[in-house]
Design a protein around this ligand. Sequence first.
Ligand code: DGY
Length: 344
Amino acid sequence: MKVKVLVLGRLLQSLHEKLVEHAEIEYVDREAPLAQDMLMAHLKGKEAVISEPLDTISSELMDACPSLKLISNRAVGFDNVNLMQATQRSIVVTNTPGVLDAATADLAMALLLACARRICEADRYVRQGKWTGFKSDLMLGPDLFGKTAGIIGIGRIGQAFAQRARAFGLKLVYTRNAPRDEQDDKFKDEFHAQRVELEELLQRADFISIHCPLNSQTRHLIGQAELDRMKPECILINTARGAIIDQQALVSHLVQRRIYAAGLDVFENEPEVPQQLLELDNVVLLPHIGSACFETRRRMSELAVDAVIAAFSGSRPEHVVNADAWNQERWDLITKEHQTATSK
Ligand code: DGY
């Protein structure tokens, strides 16, 4: 008996072919977040789901779908899944780390450059026919070279951003949510990066890029008080998760020009973008495309598909985020049940 899988979004043909050998697939290619009752209707009777940041996998959903055993989240972030409740129900949750670091760091750098050099604003200026000729004071912005970038969270994506920032001649400070260890020596040697407390980073950095995960400790990590500490010329970049910043506080800082600019790929209630942000020229707004590169998205999908195939073949998937939920004996049994049903 094949595994019943709900795929939210699409799969490349080659990956569809790989998965369909093991699974009976239902696709729901939604454009916007599905209401929970709709999601519930599709998820009922499924044993696995391939989900994305758009899909909220709540405890109510898990309760309504008792056959669900695996949530293969096609993203590195998994804040859209109620992890604690999944673990309590022995639902295994997997993600797709390690394959999107470069793409996401590239986009963070692109946002920094776009904000500093006013690229989107300048493009609009030309399109609107406002350009009358070279002017030595037209569209000036801050130099990057020699300035200080603050990296909040120096995991894989933060390190990839550090590499890029060094190549642009930036000095680096960073925060990290772990005890000081040899990693900090590595960052010092490799990136000449200095570890500091958040308060110091906020005060020293000319540009700040957020690269930490969203969880209960990082929700609204950057609020009114933190924004107040930033330099007036600071550019804030967020390619991680919208809710790490108190969006309302950020909007009012930007409206009052209390920081220079912001480059945002993520928002607190996606796909909602506050009207005030849309009206500002000191922001660059993107529709959550940090990892949106052909090869990167293919690798993410591959990991998501492989997690389903591995689990239902009785092997622990490569990237389980709730290790406590994986019980080898239980999965041996699940695999056996599937094999027995197939051979009947
Ligand atoms: C992730 O992987 O968490 C990104 O936000 C989506 O690619």
